[in-house]
Design a protein around this ligand. Sequence first.
Ligand SMILES: NC(=O)c1ccc[n+]([C@@H]2O[C@H](COP(=O)([O-])OP(=O)(O)OC[C@H]3O[C@@H](n4cnc5c(N)ncnc54)[C@H](OP(=O)(O)O)[C@@H]3O)[C@@H](O)[C@H]2O)c1
Length: 297
Amino acid sequence: MKSVFHDRYGPPEVLRIKDIPVPEPGRGEIRVAVHASSVTSGDARVRRADPFLVRLFFGLFRPRKTLPGYEFAGTVEALGPEVSRFQVGDRVFGATGFDFGALAEFLVIKEEATLIKMPEDWSFTDAAAIPFGATTARCFLEDKGHIQSGDRVLVHGASGAVGVAAVQVARIHGAAVDGVCGPKHLELIQSLGAEQVFDYHHESPPAESYDLIFDAAGKLKASDAKAWLRKGGRFVSVQKGLAKERPADYPLIREWMDDGKLKPVIDQIYDLDDIVAAHRKVDGGHKTGAVVIRIRE
Ligand SMILES: NC(=O)c1ccc[n+]([C@@H]2O[C@H](COP(=O)([O-])OP(=O)(O)OC[C@H]3O[C@@H](n4cnc5c(N)ncnc54)[C@H](OP(=O)(O)O)[C@@H]3O)[C@@H](O)[C@H]2O)c1
């Protein structure tokens, strides 16, 4: 089968397509025929070994995990022994956690991992665009930001994968949401439910106005956040700590998507063979939502 492969850290060109054996599912594992995956900002950071801490987790001199790819959507194609949650033919979407390997024609994953069946009427490309942003937004807004219904929330960096999910998740929680993004994204962020949207190049949100500020891009100065918060307001940044992998996120994400409350935002869809171009796009730091990789028609 075809898989993306890298045995060095570095620029997008360290990635190549390699022919490797189709993996066999073991006890409690399923094999998924992957239809779509993505390149997240996290995938690009691991490839670049940026920050240096990446090397402590994934290999000091060379990556121990040579098959990248985190989000996926596809069809269950084979079952290992003792699998009870899934059947051959089920359409599923999810994320691999730090095992990676989703940028391949087939993926073996534990049935208890962060994945779930997806409705028949969803496209695989839409489903593959959701998990990274939505699970990160949930973790930062709920666990760290303690978001409450009625809060006035500012999402700074509202147009990336985490930002577009955060605007929508904050609205789902009953917050009034404002966003900060670049000029080409103002309408998009409003269409996702933000009331006021500010262009970070030459506008500032109002002072002392927010119960919760979430810096979804990791670009906001603490002094600015402090000036825009109401007394007792909370500031959380995506740069502080790691989002947790939680299987319990997935039933909620599926429900929100089914209800039309959480919409995928896709910058561009690339073919697997164009993986280097897709990583270059992500390295640019200005993508809109997700960069999706189509693996099967
Ligand atoms: N801690 C965790 O567990 C965790 C999890 C996920 C992500 N992250 C981190 O969170 C950050 C965002 O992730 P992502 O996947 O959403 O990234 P992304 O999709 O690459 O974000 C790109 C967006 O950031 C916006 N942006 C760039 N510079 C900005 C600035 N100065 N002010 C406001 N917005 C700006 C861009 O808007 P314009 O094009 O308009 O400039 C673009 O739409 C990354 O640093 C990532 O490593 C951390």
